[in-house]
Design a protein around this ligand. Structure first.
Ligand code: FAD
Length: 391
């Protein structure tokens, strides 16, 4: 049966239906049994545990969002809680799902034709096809709306792609990568479902990360990669389509930030109730309680925000600035929270064994990907002042 988390202090889980609660209970049970025990080792070796893909698919985690694949009717709030539960155990596994489900399948669901949805979504929901999302480039990160260098040239029914991508998650093992490129003819950004076996496509792993070490990020080069028109996302005619995908995934990253903060906070509570100093558990010292309560305050404020944003998404009211504010706020609060949780664990807070260190390190990547705090701030700033301040 589903147990609300103690850190869900104002009971946002009461927004969930019975089948949604059952599904979350099954997910949490699997995460605790199969994932939590192995993640520190994979994190340290900077490897991704591919054995999690099939159970994630079987649990429905890759299926919930779309009509073609959803096992039961479910809400964006539920899908937010799924992201929270994943990140609460491990943010890298959460990021794998965010890329496969939110960014790659989300691009096809948002900008693909009905036929493309039917062809790809079920195979990706089952884990048979793994996807990646290639927007960022070596010379274009925050300015990817205008600064993409990767080009697409149409020759009859074929598109020729040339360029480079950087930071692309899951891309060392993806079967397809959604590549965003500028059409040489009209200068607009278009999206392509590129099978990674296509000649001229090459991906190499980015080594040496200190955050989300399990996530396999790649540098990609595209050299005269030929893709048929049938693999161009049929409804992606400008960056507006890319932004529509990010509007939804940013809300999910905000949920993942809450989950990451909760993971660190729970580790700190566990530690503080066990560790004794000055003859009693450190949890009974006032200043340690202060750290824990500040963590819970951040988590509770963020959870209220993301739950509301997902309700708005369910009603079709979500605008770019809504998810941008949630992403900027929740990741900033997460970063503060994981630092306080780490502090409460003292020296043991910097070794993997006590878990808090992994959340502390992983928070940094969540803070910067899918739009940095600055970029999401500028999206909100534009909405409230009517003035774009990007350039
Ligand atoms: P830059 O754009 O170079 O920014 C550097 C700093 O300058 C930031 O603090 C930024 O906020 C600031 N800055 C830039 N412009 C302005 C401005 N106008 N005003 C104020 N401040 C500004 N990308 C993908 O396409 N697919 C993925 O799967 C993917 N996965 C990722 C996974 C990880 C672990 C990481 C770290 C990144 C991933 N990214 C991915 C890329 C990510 O989205 C970018 O790193 C992010 O958008 C920032 O771009 P950048 O790193 O080039 O930084």
């Amino acid at each position: 049966p589903f147990e609300p988390l103690a850190s869900d202090f104002y009971s946002y889980a009461s927004l969930l239906t019975e089948p949604e609660r059952d599904a979350l209970a099954a997910l949490r049970d699997w995460l605790e049994r199969e994932v939590r025990p192995i993640v520190n080792g994979y994190w340290e070796r900077a490897e991704f545990p591919m054995q999690v893909v099939r159970p994630l698919a079987e649990l429905g985690v890759l299926s919930y969002a779309w009509d073609e694949t959803a096992p039961f009717e479910n809400s964006p709030v539920f899908r937010g809680f799924v992201a929270l539960e994943l990140a609460r155990v491990d943010a890298s596994v959460g990021t794998f799902v965010g890329v496969q489900n939110g960014l790659a399948m989300g691009s096809i669901a948002t900008a693909g034709s009905a036929e493309q949805r039917r062809e790809w979504l079920p195979r990706m929901a089952s884990g048979e096809v793994i996807g990646a999302f290639g927007l960022t480039e070596p010379l274009s990160g925050s300015d990817s709306a205008r600064g993409l260098r990767t080009t697409a040239r149409r020759e009859g029914d074929t598109w020729i792609l040339n360029g480079r991508k950087r930071w692309i998650g899951n891309a060392t093992f993806s079967d397809v990568t959604i590549v965003w490129a500028k059409d040489e003819a009209d200068g607009q950004v278009k999206g392509f479902i590129v099978p990674t076996s296509t000649r001229g496509y090459a991906a190499t792993k980015i080594e040496g990360k200190i955050s989300l070490r399990m996530v396999q990020n790649a540098d990609i080069t595209l050299t005269d990669v030929a893709v048929p028109e049938s693999l161009r996302l049929q409804h992606a005619d400008s960056f507006r389509a890319t932004a529509a995908v990010l509007r939804q995934t940013r809300a999910e990253v905000a949920w993942s930030a809450v989950g990451t903060a909760i993971g660190a906070y729970e580790a700190a509570v566990r530690y503080a109730t066990q560790r004794e100093q000055f003859g009693k558990p450190i949890a009974s010292h006032q200043l340690v309680q202060d750290l824990l309560v500040k963590c819970l305050g951040n988590i509770t404020a963020s959870l209220g925000m993301v739950a509301r944003v997902s309700e708005m998404q369910g009603r079709g009211e979500l605008r770019d600035e809504h998810s941008a504010l949630a992403k900027a706020y929740a990741t900033t609060a997460m970063r503060e929270t994981v630092a306080w949780a780490r502090e409460a664990c003292g020296g043991n807070g910097i070794v993997l064994d006590y878990e808090v260190a992994r959340f502390f390190a992983d928070a940094e990547a969540l803070y910067s990907y899918e739009g940095t705090r600055e970029m999401n701030t500028l999206i909100v700033g534009r909405a409230i002042t009517g003035r774009a301040a990007f350039v």
